[in-house]
Design a protein around this ligand. Structure first.
Ligand code: HEC
Ligand code: HEC
Ligand code: HEC
Ligand code: HEC
Ligand code: HEC
Length: 401
C-alpha cells in the first residue's frame, strides 16, 4: 500500500463512520407523520383524551367493528400487506387509515401510527385543500384531497407556535407549527374526508358536502363539532356514536287534537342542522314511534306494530339504496338510490296520525337513532357488538290530556 493513500483511506473510514452515525440519527429523526398521538398527548393531555375516545382514533378496520365488517367483506384482510381492490390500493385507507395510505401500506399493525386512524398529525399537517374533485374529472378523496407537510405542523392561530421548552420545562417537539387559518379554521380541514363518497358503481354513499352546499346560514363544522371546552378546542368530534349529540339535531314537537271525531296527533320534526338529519354513513337512520295510553297507563294504540320501516314508512328518516331490480341492496352493491327520506338541511316535516282508540289520557312520541339499518344489523350480528346494534333514544315528547 502506498503511503499517499493512507489519508485517503482514513478519509473513507471517516466517511463510513459519519454515514453510520447519520444512520443512527436518521432513525431518531422520524418523519412527521410517524409521530404517534401519544407524544403530542404528553403536553396536550386534555385534547389527547378527547381524541383517544373519538371515532377518529377508532376509524380503522382493527379498531371499529362496523368499518371492519365492511372492510373485510369488500376489500380484504387488514393484517395483510399488498391488499388491492380492482388492482388498486384500497381507497378506504385514504380516509380511515391515512398514515398507512401515505406510506402505501395495507398491513395496519405493522406500525402503531397506522392503527391510530385519523390522528393529530393527519389534520395538523394539511397545508392546502385541493378539493375532492380532480381538475380532469373524477374524485380525489381523503388525504389525496390535500397537500400535506412532512416538515411543519399546521395550527389554527395563525402564529408560529411550539415553544422550545414548555411552561413545565418539558422538551419541545422537534416539529415547528406554522399558522394556517385557511385550512384549520374552515370546512377545508374536514371536507377531504367528509364531502362525498361513492361506491364502485358510482352511487353516492356519504354526501355531507353536497348537503352543506345546499344549506343556508353557517356551515362551519367546527362550530358544532369542535366547541371550546375548558378553554380548549374539544376534539371528541361527536356524531352518530353519541345519542346526546344526535338529539341536538332534532327539534320534535307534538299536538294532540281531541275535538275531531277521532283524536289526531301531529308531530313536527325540525332539522336544526346545515346537513341532513341524520347525515353520514348511508345506513344511519331515525324512526319515530307514537303510543297512546289510557288512565291505567295501558297501551291502547301504537303507530307501528313491528318496525316502522315495515308498517309506518312516513316515520322513517333513511337513505334507501337498491339494486337494478329496485330491491334493497347494501352500500357496496347498490346501483341506485331508491329513496332519501332524511330531513334536508333545516327542513321541517309533519307526521299526522288518527288515533283509533277512546279515553286517551296520554300520547308519547319517541325518536330512535340507529347506526345500522335492520337488515345490516341482522347480517353482521356475529361481528358487530350488541351496543352498536341497539336503537338509541334521541328525542321524547309527551302530551297529557
Ligand atoms: C413538549 C410539549 C408539547 C408537545 C410534545 C407538543 N406540543 Fe403542541 N403545543 C405545546 C404548547 C405549550 C403550545 C402552545 C399552547 C397551547 O396551545 O396549548 C402548543 C400548541 C399547539 C397547537 C396550537 C397551534 C396554534 O396555532 O394555536 C397545535 C395545533 C399543537 N400544539 C399540536 C401538536 C401536535 C400535533 C403535537 C404532536 C405532533 C404536539 N403539539 C406536541 C406543547 C407541545
Ligand atoms: C383524514 C380523514 C378525515 C378528516 C380530515 C376528518 N374526518 Fe371525521 N371521520 C373520518 C372517518 C374515516 C370517520 C369514520 C370513522 C369510523 O366510524 O370508522 C369520521 C367520523 C367523523 C364523525 C362521526 C362520529 C360518529 O360518532 O360516528 C364526525 C362527527 C366527524 N368525523 C367530524 C369531523 C370534523 C368536524 C372534521 C374536521 C374538523 C373531520 N371529521 C375531519 C375521517 C376524517
Ligand atoms: C380531525 C382533525 C383533527 C384531529 C384528528 C386533531 N385536530 Fe387539533 N385541531 C383541529 C382543528 C380544525 C383545530 C382548530 C379548531 C378551531 O380553531 O376552531 C384544532 C386545534 C388544535 C389545537 C389548538 C387548541 C386551542 O384551544 O386553540 C391544539 C393544541 C390541537 N388541535 C392539538 C391536537 C392534538 C394534540 C391532536 C391529537 C391528540 C389533534 N389536535 C387532533 C383538527 C384536528
Ligand atoms: C349546527 C351544528 C352542526 C354543524 C354546523 C355541523 N354539524 Fe355535523 N352534526 C351535528 C349533529 C347534531 C349531528 C348528529 C345528527 C346527525 O347525524 O345528523 C351531526 C352529525 C355529523 C356526522 C355524523 C355522521 C355519522 O355517520 O355518524 C358527521 C360526519 C358530520 N356531522 C359532519 C359535519 C361536517 C363535515 C360539517 C361541516 C361541513 C358539519 N357536520 C356541520 C351538528 C352540526
Ligand atoms: C372519502 C373518505 C372515505 C372513504 C374513501 C371511505 N370512507 Fe368509510 N367513512 C368515512 C367517514 C367520514 C365515515 C363516518 C362519517 C360519515 O358517516 O360520514 C365513514 C364511515 C364508514 C362506516 C361506518 C362506520 C361506523 O362506525 O358506523 C363504514 C362501515 C365504512 N365507512 C366503510 C368504508 C369502506 C369499506 C370503505 C372502502 C371501500 C370506505 N368506508 C371508504 C369516510 C370514508
Amino acid at each position: 500500500m502506498q503511503f499517499s493513500k493512507i489519508p485517503y483511506f482514513s478519509y473513507l473510514l471517516g466517511m463510513l463512520f459519519c454515514l453510520l452515525m447519520n444512520g443512527v440519527n436518521a432513525k431518531e429523526e422520524r418523519l412527521l407523520r410517524h409521530i404517534p398521538a401519544e407524544e403530542c398527548g404528553q403536553c396536550h393531555e386534555q385534547i389527547y383524551g378527547q381524541w383517544k375516545s373519538s371515532v377518529h382514533a377508532n376509524s380503522t378496520a382493527l379498531t371499529d367493528p362496523i368499518h371492519a365488517a365492511f372492510y373485510r367483506a369488500v376489500i380484504g384482510d387488514p393484517l395483510q400487506e399488498g391488499v388491492k381492490k380492482k388492482g388498486k390500493y384500497p381507497i378506504c385507507l385514504q380516509c380511515h387509515a391515512p398514515t398507512a395510505a401515505k406510506d402505501g401500506k395495507t398491513k395496519l399493525d405493522s406500525m402503531p401510527v397506522y392503527n391510530e386512524g385519523v390522528n393529530c398529525v393527519t389534520c395538523h399537517s394539511f397545508s392546502k385543500f385541493k378539493g375532492t374533485k380532480k381538475p380532469g374529472g373524477g374524485l380525489q378523496l381523503g388525504i389525496l384531497a390535500y397537500e400535506y407537510s412532512d416538515s411543519n405542523l399546521q395550527g389554527p392561530s395563525g402564529r408560529t407556535i411550539h415553544p422550545e421548552i414548555d411552561s413545565l420545562g418539558r422538551e419541545a417537539p422537534m416539529f415547528k407549527i406554522v399558522g394556517n387559518t385557511t385550512v384549520l379554521k374552515t370546512n377545508a380541514v374536514c371536507m377531504g374526508c367528509h364531502d362525498i363518497r361513492k361506491n364502485f358503481n358510482k352511487v353516492a354513499l356519504c354526501n355531507t358536502g353536497d348537503e352543506i352546499a345546499s344549506a343556508q346560514g353557517t356551515t362551519d363544522c367546527q362550530l358544532c363539532h369542535m366547541p371550546v371546552v375548558n378553554g380548549k378546542v374539544d376534539h371528541s368530534m361527536l356524531g352518530g356514536h353519541s345519542p346526546p349529540m344526535v338529539s341536538r339535531g332534532l327539534l320534535m314537537t307534538m299536538d294532540v287534537n281531541t275535538d275531531t271525531e277521532q283524536p289526531t296527533t301531529t308531530i313536527t320534526l325540525a332539522n336544526q342542522l346545515p346537513h341532513n338529519f341524520p347525515t353520514g354513513a348511508p345506513f344511519r337512520n331515525v324512526f319515530i314511534r307514537v303510543t297512546a295510553y289510557d288512565k291505567d297507563e295501558k297501551v291502547i294504540w301504537q303507530s307501528s306494530q313491528s318496525h316502522p320501516i315495515k308498517d309506518d314508512k312516513q316515520a322513517v328518516l333513511m337513505y334507501a339504496l337498491g339494486d337494478a331490480d329496485g330491491l334493497p341492496a347494501p352500500p357496496p352493491k347498490a346501483t341506485q338510490v331508491l329513496a332519501d327520506t332524511r330531513l334536508k338541511p333545516h327542513e321541517t316535516r309533519t307526521l299526522t296520525y288518527s288515533i283509533s282508540a277512546e279515553d286517551i289520557t296520554k300520547v308519547v312520541a319517541i325518536a330512535y337513532y340507529d347506526l345500522l339499518l335492520p337488515g345490516l344489523k341482522k347480517k353482521f350480528k356475529e361481528v358487530i357488538p350488541e351496543e352498536l346494534r341497539q336503537s338509541q333514544i334521541v328525542g321524547t315528547i309527551e302530551v297529557k290530556l
